[in-house]
Design a protein around this ligand. Structure first.
Ligand SMILES: [Zn+2]
Length: 521
C-alpha cells in the first residue's frame, strides 16, 4: 500500500511517531492501523447487500461481494434453476463453490445463530420451561450479537405488571421485540450485573456499570443502566460499537459539504469555546469525539470530563465524574486547570455552574469544547445568557456552534424524484430522490442516518465581536446574526436533498418539527 497516496506528509509523520511510541511500550502497530484509529483513512463500508432470509432459503454462505458478483459457498452446488432465482433476488451474478459438509455446517450454524426467529423460539421455550445457566447465557450472547450485527444502539428490558419487554433501538426508532417472563428477565439481569460488577443484593437504587465482550475478534463495550421501577427492574444496555460510533469528522462533514472549510478552521483554534448541541440521541457526542480525534493528540495535552466515559480515546486523559466518591465536575475541573492543559472537553454542561466554569477556562487561553441540550445554535447562546454566563467572555471566546439531529438516510436503491413541489420548496433546479426499497434496507427505503445541522461561526474581527457583545447585553443575539457565518437547518436539508441523502418527505417533516413552515401550504 502506497501510504503517500492516502495520507498527507504530516499524517504519516504523526503515525510514524505514534508507531515508535507504541514500540517503546512493547506494542507493535502498523501505520495503517494507526491511521485507521486516527480516522485518517476509512475502512470500506461492510454492510452486506443480502439478508438472512436468503441465506436460510438457499442454505449458502456469502463470503464476498463486488460490483459484479456475489461469491458464495455451499454444501452442494445450486442447480441451474435455483441459481437463476438467487441471481435474480440478489441482482448480481453468483460465483459458487463447495466446501466440506462439516465445515459448512459449523459456519452456517454460527452465522444463523443471530437469526431473530431462533432467538424468539428460544425465548418462548425458556418462558415456558426451565433452562440451565449455560443455555440462558448463550441466549443472552445471541441477543447481544444480533444487536451488534444489526446496528442496534440500545437494548431495553422494561418490567410491567405481568411480563417484561425486551426492545431494541435501531436507527433511532424503538422496535418491540420479545416478551420475557419475570424469571427469564431476572436471570438476564443477574448475568448483566455479574458481568458489569453491579451489586446484586441492593436492588433499591439505580446503578450503572459496563462490560466488554469479544465477538469474532472484535471487542465491543457495553454500558449498563439498571433502575428499580414500580413492577421490577428497568435495564438499558447501550452498545458502544467503536467501528460504528467513532466517526471521523471528514466522514461526517466531507470536503464537499458547503461548511466543511469553515468548520475545520473554527474548531481547530488554540483557544476559545466551541459547542455541539442537540437533544439526547442526536449524535452530538459522536461529533464532539470526531472533533477531538482529529486534533494533534500527540502534541497537545487534552483532558476530558465525562459522565460516563463512552469511548476510550488514545492519548487523551479522560476523567469520569463520580459523585459518590465526591469527584464532582468542579473537583475534576480544578485539578485539570492545574495540569497545564491545551484542550479541555466537557461532556455536557448541565447547570449554570458548569457553564460559568467552562467559559472561564476558555477565556484563560484554552480551547474548550462542550455540549448543551438545546435545539438550535441560537438557543444555545440564549441558554448561556439565561444561566448567567459571563457575556463578555462569551462574546469574545465563542468560535461557533453546531446544532444537530439525525434523520433517515435514503438507501442506495433510491429513485429520482419527480416532485415539483420539492424543487420549489428547496428553491433548486435539482430533482433529488425518493425512497424505493430493496433487501439491503428491508424494503423501508432508508438505510442508516445522516446529520441535519444548524451551524454558526463567529468571525474573529473585533467589530463583529463587539457587536455580538452588545447584542448579548441589550436585546437579542439575533441582532448580530447577519455578521456571522451561518448555515441553517433549512440550508442543511437543501444540501441533503440536492445530494440524494434525504427525501422531501423526511426533511420537511423534520424542518416542520423544528419550526420551519412551508409557505406554499
Ligand atoms: Zn434499499
Amino acid at each position: 500500500m502506497n501510504l503517500k497516496k492516502y495520507l498527507t506528509t504530516s499524517q504519516i509523520d504523526i503515525c510514524q511517531q505514534e508507531k515508535e511510541y507504541y514500540q517503546r511500550l512493547g506494542t507493535n502497530k502498523t501505520i495503517v492501523q494507526i491511521a485507521l484509529e486516527h480516522n485518517f483513512i476509512q475502512k470500506k463500508d461492510n454492510t452486506p447487500s443480502f439478508n438472512l432470509e436468503l441465506i436460510k432459503k438457499y442454505e449458502i454462505l456469502v463470503v464476498d461481494e463486488d460490483e459484479k458478483n456475489f461469491y458464495i459457498e455451499c454444501k452442494e452446488l445450486l442447480g441451474v434453476k435455483r441459481l437463476k432465482l438467487l441471481e435474480k433476488e440478489l441482482g448480481r451474478s453468483v460465483v459458487q463453490k463447495t466446501i466440506p459438509v462439516r465445515e459448512f455446517n459449523e459456519r452456517f450454524t454460527n452465522f444463523i445463530s443471530i437469526d431473530p426467529d431462533i432467538i424468539e423460539k428460544k425465548i418462548k421455550k425458556f418462558n415456558a420451561l426451565d433452562a440451565d445457566d449455560t443455555e440462558i447465557l448463550e441466549l443472552f450472547r445471541m441477543i447481544l450479537k444480533h444487536g451488534i450485527k444489526n446496528n442496534i444502539s440500545d437494548i431495553h428490558i422494561n418490567a410491567y405488571e405481568d411480563f417484561n419487554w425486551l426492545r431494541y433501538r435501531q436507527n433511532g426508532k424503538i422496535q418491540a421485540k420479545y416478551i420475557l417472563n419475570t424469571d427469564l428477565a431476572q436471570r438476564f439481569s443477574m448475568i448483566i450485573k455479574e458481568k458489569s460488577n453491579i451489586d446484586i443484593i441492593d436492588a433499591q437504587t439505580p446503578k450503572s456499570g459496563g462490560f466488554s465482550e469479544k465477538f469474532e475478534d472484535v471487542v465491543v463495550d457495553f454500558r449498563i443502566e439498571v433502575a428499580p421501577s414500580h413492577f421490577g427492574e428497568n435495564i438499558v444496555i447501550r452498545i458502544l460499537d467503536k467501528t460504528n460510533n467513532l466517526k471521523s469528522l471528514s466522514k461526517l462533514f466531507p470536503s464537499s459539504h458547503p461548511m466543511s472549510k469553515h468548520l475545520f478552521n473554527y474548531i481547530n483554534q488554540k483557544n476559545g469555546f466551541f459547542l455541539t448541541v442537540g437533544p439526547t440521541g442526536s449524535g452530538k457526542t459522536t461529533t464532539l469525539n470526531a472533533i477531538i480525534t482529529q486534533r494533534d493528540r500527540l502534541h497537545e495535552i487534552i483532558y476530558t470530563i465525562e459522565d460516563p466515559i463512552e469511548y476510550k480515546i488514545d492519548f487523551v486523559t479522560q476523567y469520569q465524574v463520580n459523585e459518590e466518591i465526591n469527584f464532582t465536575f468542579q473537583t475534576a475541573m480544578k485539578s485539570i486547570m492545574r495540569q497545564d492543559p491545551d484542550v479541555i472537553v466537557i461532556g455536557e454542561m448541565r447547570d449554570a455552574q458548569s457553564i460559568k466554569t467552562a467559559l472561564k477556562a476558555a477565556h484563560s487561553g484554552h480551547m474548550v469544547y462542550s455540549t448543551l441540550h438545546t435545539s438550535n445554535s441560537y438557543m444555545a447562546m440564549e441558554r448561556i445568557r439565561d444561566e448567567g454566563g459571563d457575556l463578555f467572555i462569551l462574546a469574545y471566546s465563542l468560535k461557533g456552534v453546531i446544532a444537530q439531529r439525525l434523520v433517515s438516510k435514503l438507501c442506495e436503491c433510491k429513485v429520482a424524484s419527480t416532485n415539483e413541489k420539492a424543487k420549489r420548496y428547496f428553491k433548486t433546479k435539482k430533482n433529488g430522490y425518493e425512497k424505493n426499497g430493496c433487501i439491503k434496507c428491508n424494503f423501508t427505503g432508508y438505510n442508516s442516518r445522516v446529520l441535519l445541522t444548524d451551524m454558526v461561526f463567529i468571525p474573529p474581527d473585533m467589530k463583529t465581536r463587539y457587536k455580538f457583545y452588545l447584542a448579548l447585553k441589550s436585546s437579542t443575539v439575533l441582532s448580530a446574526w447577519d455578521d456571522f457565518i451561518t448555515f441553517s437547518y433549512y440550508d442543511s436539508a437543501k444540501y441533503l436533498f440536492e445530494n440524494g441523502m434525504g427525501d422531501y418527505e423526511t426533511l420537511t417533516k423534520e424542518l416542520f418539527a423544528l419550526g420551519y413552515v412551508d409557505d406554499e401550504e
